[in-house]
Design a protein around this ligand. Structure first.
Ligand code: 9WN
Length: 466
């Protein structure tokens, strides 16, 4: 069994209870009426975005199925419609590639060409050796799915949930095998990103330096029609030069048939990310629990989890800054930007006590403002940094998924005071401003897409866990 933060054996993972005496005071602060209205709004949002066998992140900006969105969405659906939670994950994993990768987008064939850019014709997955029959992208997102499946089962255990876990288990194991095998480009036991989109925090300042090294010209975007800026303010989205680089990196990966052999010598973007790898470790902890339920052996998962945590600390923790940073494999250097990615290893129940203390200090500093009573929401980038941008996506605004991951990490590491403060801040943000994709870090105003699924889903989860 893995050691916990203070050497405690078997510390709980993302499913930990807050455990404070007398319950969570935040439940009282949000207020019964506001909580009921928020719950209604969240359910309506998820129902409105349900599309036969999956949930779209947003009807306007993201009309297909996205990988890590579906994991977050399943967590919330388990509270209200558990059958849909399992359907969501089954639909996603039905499009898993033969090599184990779970594509970051599964395209809905019923939608017209141009519903999203870059669409299925751009990715051209049909020509890749390991691709499924469905049209998909060729890249991945953080593997939050095993923790999500475990949380969904814990929330609504039934014969059906055990059957669903049995179906998912070998697929989740294959997903892990892909990431720790073919994607271990640095040979360190960590998986690497081949595209900023794989981080889920696509436009984070963390990617500025490795992106700057990708040759591209904004003018190439004249050949394409961006879909995002037709539905959201361009000031809240990446620039055309960012998109030219996104497209160039996909084109390079696609040219090699989305194969991973020899990436080190040929691919323009290779980065080890603290969030992707923290999710990878958390997934092994969740798989250990799932294995125990379905009669498989949890032992190898615990061993793999311990190895991932050790590699993460060894490779991505900087004792000088006291936080985690991505490592650019093309320069073999840590990327100095202090973003919310650095806080994400707190989701690992076996993160050593020293790193737990450091991450908590970073989170509670003026850079992120975590507190038992928060007057402003948690940001995605250091508030004090000169390149902090309050409205551009992933460069400052508050997102519910990164706050939710930190909240779950705080519970796992027995900080009910900070967990309660963050939970109250998340719930107040959504109750006041609606289920937006992201929020202004000072005013709380909704940004990006309205009626965004994971905001609704994770608000439901936080509401229920007082
Ligand atoms: C590219 C769907 C996805 C999220 C990502 C978020 C955004 C896509 C985009 O939307 O990315 O994958 O078009 O900007 O950054 O985290 O999964 O909600």
């Amino acid at each position: 069994m893995s050691a916990g933060p203070a050497g405690r054996p078997g510390a709980a993972g993302l499913d930990a209870a807050t455990g404070g005496p007398g319950g969570d005071p935040a439940a009282a602060r949000i207020g019964v009426e506001r909580a009921a209205a928020l719950r209604r709004l969240a359910i309506d949002t998820l129902d409105g975005n349900w599309e036969h066998d999956h949930t779209v992140p947003s009807r306007t900006l993201y009309p297909h199925q996205w990988s890590w969105d579906s994991a977050f969405i399943a967590v919330g659906l388990a509270h209200i419609r558990p059958d849909r939670a399992w359907r969501e994950l089954r639909t996603l994993f039905a499009a898993q590639w033969a090599d184990g990768r779970v594509p970051h987008i599964v395209f809905n064939p019923a939608l017209p060409v141009g519903s999203y850019f870059p669409g299925p014709e751009f990715w051209d997955s049909a020509r890749a050796h390991d691709a499924p029959a469905a049209a998909t992208s060729g890249i991945v997102q953080p593997p939050i799915h095993a923790p999500a499946a475990w949380l969904a089962h814990r929330r609504a255990p039934s014969e059906a949930s055990v059957r669903a876990l049995g179906w998912l288990y070998p697929r989740l194991v294959a997903q892990q095998r892909y990431l720790t095998g073919r994607r271990d480009v640095g040979g360190s036991g960590l998986a690497c990103l081949v595209h900023p989109w794989e981080s889920g925090l696509d436009n984070s300042p963390a990617w500025d330096a490795p992106m700057a090294a990708v040759p591209a010209d904004a003018a190439v975007m004249r050949a394409y029609r961006r879909h995002d800026t037709a539905h959201a303010d361009a000031a809240q989205r990446p620039t055309d030069l960012d998109y030219a680089r996104y497209v160039a990196i996909v084109a390079a990966y696609r040219a090699g048939g989305y194969g991973d052999a020899g990436l080190a010598g040929r691919h323009p973007f290779l980065v080890e990310c603290p969030l992707l790898n923290a999710a990878l470790g958390a997934a092994e902890h969740a798989l250990a629990r799932i294995a125990a339920v379905i009669g498989a052996d949890p032992g190898p998962h615990r061993e793999r989890a311990a190895r991932i945590t050790a590699a993460l600390v060894d490779r991505l923790y900087d004792p000088i800054t006291g936080t985690f940073h991505p490592r650019d494999l093309r320069t073999d250097r840590l990327i100095p930007a202090r973003t919310v990615l650095g806080l994400m290893p707190l989701i690992l129940p076996d993160l050593p006590a020293r790193q737990v203390r450091a991450v908590l200090a970073e989170a509670c500093s003026p850079r992120f403002g975590l507190a038992a009573r928060m007057d402003r929401p948690l940001t995605t980038h250091d508030r004090t940094a000169p390149d902090f941008e309050p409205v551009r996506y992933w460069r400052g605004p508050s997102w519910l998924n990164t706050s939710w991951l930190l909240w779950r990490g705080l519970r796992a590491h027995r900080r009910p005071d900070l967990a309660a403060g963050l939970r109250e801040s998340m719930l107040a943000l959504v109750a006041r401003n609606g289920c937006h994709e992201y929020f202004h870090p000072d005013t709380g105003a909704g940004l990006g897409s309205p009626a965004f699924s994971w905001t609704a889903s994770l608000a439901l989860d936080a509401l229920a866990e007082s």
